[in-house]
Ligand binder design. Structure first.
Ligand SMILES: *Cc1c(COP(=O)(O)O)cnc(C)c1O
Length: 464
């Protein structure tokens, strides 16, 4: 073994100590750390012959790259839907790397870390009051959750018309319907061979992003004879609107379609008694996507796909890893290898297990309710502002707003605001109008952060 690696192994204790110190320095400064990388120059290195060792690499990283890190996990990073990382989430993530399991099976293959993954799914379902009717597994993000749920839906829809899509390939006789699908659903349609142009758009209710149930029924009638997948939004990214799940479930009973619910962040609203009703009926879905690196506040690379247990044969048909005798027969024993897109998998459930175990029902209820309260606080202040106005009512945890006058300056305003590095938001369009959106899912955000953001916006506006 090369001496550098030998040295590293001999000094593991010290190395991890240094890593811990680097981490804690960052975390202790996270509230003040810039939300924008001021220095966008990235130093390039060369692959050295002997290597710098971990200590040398860490020194290089701190000198050149640490400044490129943004406070994405900080309290004023409101772009996209960006969660932070709680202490338990980080603990679980660090230990995932330490244990380095290849998480596949629950029995019979030595490593049974998948049993802990299943346990984590069970706890997550308890948190959001879902019955234990679903098989679940961890994937990298809700894009992959949507992909996986829609893939099993595709297999179901194929079977309904006598076609085994995983073996025989795609058909044009399956249609996918939805009103305001997340961009990752459209991306999944590309990846799954439906084609991103082929989503059948259902109308939304007037002034809303939620599905028009009457129009959905009309379309279902017009597609009789075809096999149908309905993509339902449980929390749109702009106005956090929810499709009427109960009404869709009633149509499902009448017309028989695969119901996939994208509840990437909206699903966590179920953890709050005050907001649980938004998800009423979701326990009847065939598949549900939930993102843990959003409102569960675990580090990135964590989402869940839930598929009804009664569809497990279909799920195996979709993802079975056949033609590899050394991996065993897919129908013998449960293995994630035959259930999800990946083969080798990291022990991705561990950060979520730590978080659910560490903070429990009340902990997550209060994170969810605090985010909603902070969104409403920002909205209240915007309503009273002389230069800003809301562009949509705040339904849950996202605020959409813009400059009251000078609409053409919204983009420049946001650009300048973000470059100040104190708060970060992203642009969007609502009913064709450009606006700015602030999404709240980080457990750290407090009223003080709203004050800081308002102050920053005031100063940015004056600079225009
Ligand atoms: C974030 C999000 C996704 C995609 O999740 P990734 O984790 O970015 O892959 C899908 N749907 C909704 C509603 C989301 O908010």
């Amino acid at each position: 073994m090369e001496t550098v690696l030998k040295n590293d192994i001999a000094n593991f204790d010290e190395i991890l100590g240094e890593v811990k110190n680097t981490g804690i320095d960052f975390l202790n400064n996270l509230n003040e750390w810039p939300t924008y990388a001021f220095d966008q120059e990235m130093q390039k290195g060369t692959l050295s012959d002997n290597g710098l060792g971990t200590a040398g690499s860490l020194a290089f990283f701190k000198d050149h790259y640490e400044k490129l890190m943004v406070a994405g996990a900080g309290p004023r990073y409101w772009g996209f839907v960006t969660g932070g990382a709680t202490p338990a989430g980080i603990a679980g993530d660090w230990l995932t790397a330490v244990y380095d399991q290849n998480t596949q099976t629950v029995e019979g293959a030595g490593d049974i870390s998948a049993a802990i993954e299943k346990e984590t799914i069970r706890l997550l379902c308890e948190l959001v009051y879902l019955p234990q009717d679903f098989n679940g597994g961890f994937v990298t993000g809700a894009t992959m959750s949507n992909f996986t749920g829609l893939a099993v839906g595709r297999q179901w829809a194929g079977q309904k018309i006598g076609r085994d899509i995983s073996r025989d390939g795609m058909t044009n006789d399956i249609v996918v319907l939805g009103a305001t699908p997340h961009s990752s659903v459209i991306k999944s349609l590309s990846m799954l061979g439906f084609g991103s142009n082929n989503l059948v758009k259902i109308k939304t209710l007037p002034g809303r992003e939620a599905i028009d149930i009457q129009h959905l029924e009309d379309k279902l009638i017009s597609f009789e004879g075809k096999s149908v997948i309905v993509n339902c939004s449980a929390g749109t990214v702009n106005t956090v609107d929810f499709d009427d799940i109960q009404a869709i479930v009633a149509l499902k009973k009448k017309y028989g379609f695969w119901l996939h619910i994208d509840a990437a962040f909206g699903g966590f609203a179920a953890a709050s008694p005050r907001h649980h009703h938004l998800l009423n009926g979701w326990e009847q879905a065939d598949s549900i996507a939930i993102d843990c690196h959003k409102w569960l506040n675990v580090p990135y690379d964590s989402a869940v796909i839930l598929v009804r247990k009664e569809h497990d044969r279909l799920q195996i048909k979709t993802f079975q890893n056949t033609n590899a005798p050394y991996l065993g027969d897919p129908s013998d024993n449960f293995s994630y290898l035959n259930f999800l897109p990946e083969n080798s998998r990291r022990f991705r459930a561990l950060p979520a297990w730590f978080s659910l175990t560490a903070y429990g029902r009340k902990g997550f209820q209060s994170i969810v309710e605090n985010s909603i309260a902070m969104a409403n606080e920002l909205a209240d202040q915007i309503s009273e502002s002389t230069f800003l106005e809301l562009t949509a009512p705040v339904r849950l945890n996202v605020v959409c707003f813009r400059l009251k006058t000078e609409q053409s300056k919204n983009a420049e305003f946001l650009n300048r605001l973000n470059k100040r590095g104190k708060v970060f938001m992203t642009p969007t369009t609502l009913a064709g109008n450009v606006c700015i959106r602030a999404a709240f899912v980080n457990y750290r955000t407090s009223k003080e952060d709203i004050e800081i953001a308002m102050q920053e916006m005031e100063e940015t506006y004056r600079s225009l």
